[in-house]
Design a protein around this ligand. Sequence first.
Ligand SMILES: [Zn+2]
Length: 144
Amino acid sequence: MATGFVLPDPEDPDGQPFWQGTARGELLVQKCTECGRRRLPPRPMCFVCRSLRHEWEPLSGRGTIWSYVVAHPPLLPAYAELAPYNVITVALEEDPTLRLVGNLVASPQGAINEIDPSTIRIGEPVRVVYQQVEDVFLPRWMRA
Ligand SMILES: [Zn+2]
């Protein structure tokens, strides 16, 4: 069922393993097999050593809120119905330079507007949860 949300393409060649991971409840990042640098979002080449070789490494799914915004209209209709809602950037525990954008929710299947944005604090510990929207399992975040 179309929701009106703008969603990533889970069949994208670079990102497909990432989205297959979220569907299994795993948060995977690419790790260069030449120099060991992790990278996110997925891309073909290491930005440090230019190697095309990589593996996918599962991470803990823990991190801290690095920054956030509170979205207000004008927004696309599906989002306007939920505004105001939070959008957080999470610094991942294994490497805080790896940052993932998502929403802070109160429960794994919770709505993106159920947290009072005035209660969000930079540096709060969070853990990943996965919420299916159409055919994509989106990483979202709960307070740890
Ligand atoms: Zn490398």
